[in-house]
Design a protein around this ligand. Structure first.
Ligand code: SF4
Ligand code: SF4
Ligand code: SF4
Length: 217
């Protein structure tokens, strides 16, 4: 992957490593008639439990500029939200506005992540992240800080009998769990973060998101 700009190890260690962890939030899709319906229930539970939600422009994409729109999927909750509104001019939004921003970022191919600060027991930042700009995905996937990002309890399950090897899911996967080998799709479940991004463009419904322990059991 060629980047215009990247983080440095010093910056990541000073601001993020050991100060917070991130967990991917799974998105599922159900098919109703010819409509694909996005199931963002886990995300919705977190957002509905918050008393205040604030929305800001994505700091990482502004700083790195390796990809861009949409920029509005960076959310903070409760105390973090009040701080962001007061100090950074963030905008207070409703749960419905937050879900609609997160639907846009999912469609654009960004991973939903819940950030928990060290010593806290619930997420205060909900973000829409990419491996090229996000400090945390960059740290885990390019700088070797693998225990900085946890993978969700879900995982993709692949039905190769339905797959037509079109390759549409390959670019959607930020974790490089999917690649084309000659004309054939290769899925490496050990790299799968369970984010559900690959579902949207699959024309044959060959992918489903299941509980992680069901794989191999
Ligand atoms: S953590 Fe994700 S959404 Fe938040 S600022 Fe960074 S890339 Fe943007
Ligand atoms: S294969 Fe990639 S895009 Fe699909 S759920 Fe796993 S990590 Fe996400
Ligand atoms: S998008 Fe679906 S059909 Fe196409 S390669 Fe991926 S799993 Fe197979």
């Amino acid at each position: 992957m060629k980047l215009k700009k990247d983080w440095t190890r010093e910056h990541l260690e000073k601001h993020y490593i050991g100060k917070m962890t991130a967990t991917t939030i799974p998105v599922n899709i159900s098919i109703s008639g010819k409509q694909k319906i996005l199931d963002m229930s886990q995300l919705e539970i977190i957002l509905r439990e918050a008393e205040v939600i604030a929305q800001e422009e994505c700091y990482c994409r502004k700083k790195m500029g390796n990809c861009n729109d949409p920029m509005d999927g960076c959310l903070s909750l409760d105390k973090e939200a009040l701080d962001a509104i007061e100090k950074d001019g963030a905008k207070r939004i409703t749960v419905e506005e937050a879900l609609s921003a997160m639907k846009r970022t999912y469609d654009a191919g960004f991973v939903h992540m819940a950030y928990v600060y060290d010593g806290k027991d619930k997420p205060e930042i909900i973000c829409s992240c990419c491996r090229c700009c996000c400090h945390s995905l960059s740290a885990a996937l390019r700088f070797g800080y693998s225990d900085h990002v946890f993978y969700s309890e879900k995982i993709a399950s692949q039905d190769n009998s339905l797959c037509d090897n079109c390759g549409a899911c390959v670019d959607r996967c930020q974790f490089e769990a999917r690649k084309m080998d000659k004309e054939e799709l290769l899925f490496e479940p050990e790299k799968c973060a369970g984010c559900g991004l690959c579902l949207l463009d699959c024309p044959t419904e060959a992918i489903t998101i299941v509980e992680r322990e069901r794989i191999g059991s």
